[in-house]
Design a protein around this ligand. Structure first.
Ligand SMILES: [Zn+2]
Ligand SMILES: [Zn+2]
Length: 315
């Protein structure tokens, strides 16, 4: 590994090779490609960035690379000689700015947690970590129809960054992620994930506070109809609820991924939202007990596989 220190005034000259984002690439993949092209160990670019912007905080900061509310990408943009906008496009910052009408969105507005997984084929072809594969519910690569890998063949959970590993390799056994086995996804799972992705793409490309409110109201109306019809809340399968974290304070129950889980649970699509003609509720009404049904029941259970649930880091 080449030693680089930002205390060295000539360090920028030691940043010999630069990379630019690929279409649909996630920021973490860009950071790893930057390490790789410079023959650095994994995490070097991110570590330099953290030190330069004096970023503090625990390591679940990874989730904040999906929506970098406390990470100054201007610095990285200067290093890579790129406009900051092209780096923001590797995150969901701008999308959440529009969806929630805020200038400083946090990652919890998109997802209550984060789980590392990669498509070995995307890594093999372009060293690509796709941005939308970081969304909850997405367990397969819809381009290659392969299951996303969360673990190495040695059993170790994949770590995005590790100072002791090369980029895109297992930090325990050194296996290149590109050599991980390709496992075909179940066609039914692919079909289901297309529903999730259609809703994610709808909100992330067209979402506004008004549209989110309407979608929440539509989901709640479906829940209310079901409860009136059956005399109780719907049963959510499988019936092993996750403990605590999702019952936390706002904005967990405001997460787009929780809303998407609720909409898919009732088989609702972007068209249903667009054609729903009831008036949107006052904002206060969105924070009712029914709202939490989606956060504490539907969302945890919509993350289907137990290993995935175990690997999902809530805060
Ligand atoms: Zn892929
Ligand atoms: Zn391994």
């Amino acid at each position: 590994m080449q030693r680089v220190t930002i205390d060295d005034p000539a360090w920028l000259r030691a940043f010999p090779k630069r990379v630019a984002p690929l279409p649909d690439e996630w920021l973490v993949g860009l950071l790893l490609r930057c390490d790789e092209v410079n023959h650095w160990n994994s995490r070097t670019t991110f570590y330099l960035l953290k030190r330069t912007i004096n970023l503090r905080g625990p390591w679940y900061i990874y989730r904040n690379l999906i929506v970098p509310h406390n990470i100054d990408l201007d610095v990285l943009a200067r290093w890579l000689i790129l406009p900051t906008s092209s780096l923001l496009a590797t995150t969901y910052h701008e999308e959440l700015v529009r969806c929630y009408g805020t200038t400083s969105p946090v990652s919890r507005l998109l997802t209550p947690g984060f789980s590392t997984r990669i498509c070995p084929q995307c890594c093999d072809e372009k060293s690509l970590l796709m941005r939308n594969l970081m969304l909850p519910h997405i367990e397969c690569c819809l381009k290659h129809h392969l299951k996303l890998a969360r673990e190495c063949q040695c059993g170790a959970r994949l770590q995005l960054f590790s100072p002791d590993a090369l980029p895109f390799t297992c930090d325990m056994c050194g296996l290149d992620w590109r050599k991980l086995p390709r496992i075909a996804s179940d066609p039914k799972r692919i079909e289901l994930e297309q529903q999730y992705l259609a809703l994610y793409e709808f909100f992330l490309s067209q979402g506004t506070p008004e549209i989110l409110k309407r979608a929440w109201q539509l989901a709640k109306v479906k829940l209310s109809d079901s409860r009136i019809r059956n005399g109780r809340y719907p049963t959510v399968d499988p019936s092993s609820p996750l403990p605590g974290p999702l019952v936390g304070p706002e904005p967990i129950s405001e997460s787009i991924s929780v809303l998407v889980a609720g909409l898919v649970f009732f088989g609702l699509t972007p068209d249903d939202i667009l054609t729903y003609d009831a008036p949107p509720p006052p904002y206060i009404e969105a924070r009712t007990k029914e709202h939490y049904f989606f956060a504490v029941e539907v969302f945890p259970h919509s993350i289907v596989s137990k290993p995935y649930r175990d690997a999902f880091d809530h805060d």
